[in-house]
Design a protein. Structure first.
Length: 540
């Protein structure tokens, strides 16, 4: 069963991460094979939660683009370079392919051989030079009997086509000679005396006991084959290893982790038919034919706490979305096939997931309940955010009982765990909880951080504004904003890029505002920040 990846949005918050882990557990209990992931490092608050309930941080997910390993390429379409040329030809012919990767004994990639190169070798090879293993010769010649003294046979083949005297006078007979001969006793005996490398006896010619004794004494390699001299001469050079063939240009390989889009781009220029696939250790895994590159197994994903493409993983358009579980406004994600979409008007995605457990009759374990109540506390600011519903309160109370935590005491501990900015620079703060939104043809970014004391940010205000200006300029955003929210007072101070001053004024009915203006009772990005800003942009 393919593994399904479950993840929240980029720059994940506690609700997003806890929701992904909790939903993944639920799906696994229902028989799926899922794994929670994160799209970027978690914040201090989420780290506090995971440590408290003894969960490891989910693995990072860079993208879900289709990789070559997701393609149905021909796995194990390889051949050892020591195998015979004939074996390679037979393999190509059997599988209807025009080439195949060569590997060594450890399957490390050594090159590529094509049918064209094999044909050229067969046609242009004018001599009968042999440099191969004894076993290769046995296989190629369909030997019925043999006498073996050497593992490797190296020499030049000569067929005894003339009479004995003419052949002996015109042919070289020494330790480099491979004699192809039939029932010609004098010639066989003379070859043994001259210590030829090998005697190949055609049409199942056998040795006399005297010849066999003499051959053993002189350690002469013998092969007996049913083939005729003519057929032996035709196939003998095919007993040489594939590595002996002079090949053309170096083979172009692809790593199994390479993106299919890159493969398509490169191969469209090269125009080759087959490409060896290797791994990071140069082990050859098989071969991909360009005609098969469309047969892909897309990565399967479930989205949690978001349904906007800009907030999701890179390459989402190349993945198969199975399900979306969210509590935000509808975004811009499109799917080619119907998917399960669960969205509720509540303050936390963990509230939605709680009901999914109940509906499927799955008991919520103590640790999972701890994650889920943490997600609700975080996203509703301890049930004080305007997004909080009565449903959230009921669910949080039940999850607190299951996880055995004091809702108020633990809630304060959780929120305070994430407010420290010690060791953080401007980028860390802005990107801690950073989201982008598309409004018509425009884009904006809205970041939010929480605190119990706005004064700790005051020394950084000029540099934070510079960073917001840079983000807006470099990305051509209509506005970039940072809301610094005090969850004890339920107020927010807002910093903004220079191009966003009028937008903030119109969104909150203010005039002549300065950086860091206090917005009373404004704490919810989903309900009080994003809608107000979008409404202004929709009407300007």
């Amino acid at each position: 069963m393919d593994k399904v990846l479950v993840f929240g949005h980029k720059n994940p918050d506690t609700d997003s991460v806890c929701g992904a882990i909790s939903l993944s557990y639920l799906k696994n209990m229902m028989g799926m094979n899922t794994e929670p992931r994160i799209l970027s490092p978690i914040n201090k608050e989420t780290e506090f939660v995971l440590n408290k309930f003894k969960f490891k941080t989910p693995n990072y997910l860079n993208d879900v683009k289709v990789q070559i390993r997701d393609v149905n390429y021909h796995k194990n379409y390889i051949i050892n370079e020591k195998k015979t040329i004939l074996a390679a030809y037979n393999l190509l012919n059997k599988n209807g392919i025009t080439g195949i990767p060569l590997v060594d004994d450890t399957k490390h990639f050594k090159g590529y051989i094509s049918l064209k190169e094999i044909a050229q070798n067969m046609i242009l090879n004018e001599n009968l030079e042999v440099n191969t293993s004894f076993d290769n010769l046995v296989d190629t010649l369909d030997a019925t009997e043999y006498v073996k003294f050497d593992e490797v046979i190296e020499g030049f083949a000569h067929a005894a086509t003339f009479d004995d005297n003419t052949f002996l006078n015109s042919s070289r007979m020494d330790e480099k000679t491979i004699l192809i001969v039939g029932d010609r006793r004098y010639l066989i005996e003379e070859a043994i005396k001259r210590h030829v490398k090998m005697i190949i006896l055609v049409k199942n010619t056998t040795l006399t006991s005297k010849e066999l004794k003499l051959a053993n004494e002189n350690q002469i390699n013998i092969i007996i084959t049913p083939k005729s001299s003519f057929k032996i001469a035709r196939v003998l050079c095919l007993s040489n290893p594939i590595s002996s063939i002079k090949r053309g240009e170096s083979a172009i390989t692809f790593n199994s982790q390479d993106y299919l889009t890159d493969f398509d781009e490169i191969t469209s220029k090269l125009k080759h038919t087959n490409y060896p696939i290797i791994n990071n250790k140069n082990v050859c895994l098989g071969m991909l034919r360009t005609m098969d590159a469309h047969e892909v197994n897309k990565k399967k994903v479930i989205l949690v706490d978001h349904n906007m493409r800009g907030q999701s993983v890179d390459g989402l358009e190349e993945a198969e979305i199975l399900e979306i579980v969210d509590h935000h406004n509808l975004g811009d994600i499109n799917t080619s096939t119907p998917v399960n979409f669960r969205c509720m008007k509540v303050g936390s995605v963990c509230t939605v997931i709680y009901y999914m457990y109940k509906e499927n009759g799955i008991k919520i374990p103590l640790q999972i309940a701890g994650l889920m109540v943490s997600g609700i506390i975080s996203d509703t600011l301890m049930l004080k955010s305007p997004t909080t519903t009565e449903i959230d309160k009921l669910v949080a109370t039940d999850l607190a009982k299951i996880s055995k935590v004091d809702l108020k005491k633990y809630g304060l501990e959780l929120l305070e765990s994430g407010v420290s900015i010690d060791g953080m620079d401007e980028s860390d703060i802005i990107y801690k909880d950073y989201k982008t939104y598309k409004v018509g043809d425009d884009n904006i970014s809205i970041s939010q951080v929480f605190t119990t004391d706005y004064n700790q940010y005051k020394n950084m205000i000029p540099s934070l504004i510079d960073k917001l200006n840079a983000i807006s300029l470099n990305n051509n955003y209509k506005a970039s904003l940072l809301f610094i929210t005090n969850f004890l007072t339920n107020n927010s101070n807002v910093l903004f890029s220079d191009n966003a001053k009028n937008i903030v004024e119109m969104a909150y009915g203010l005039e002549n505002i300065e950086q860091g203006v206090l917005l009373k009772n404004i704490v919810s990005r989903k309900k009080q920040m994003v809608p107000n800003i979008i409404d202004v942009l929709d009407h300007v």
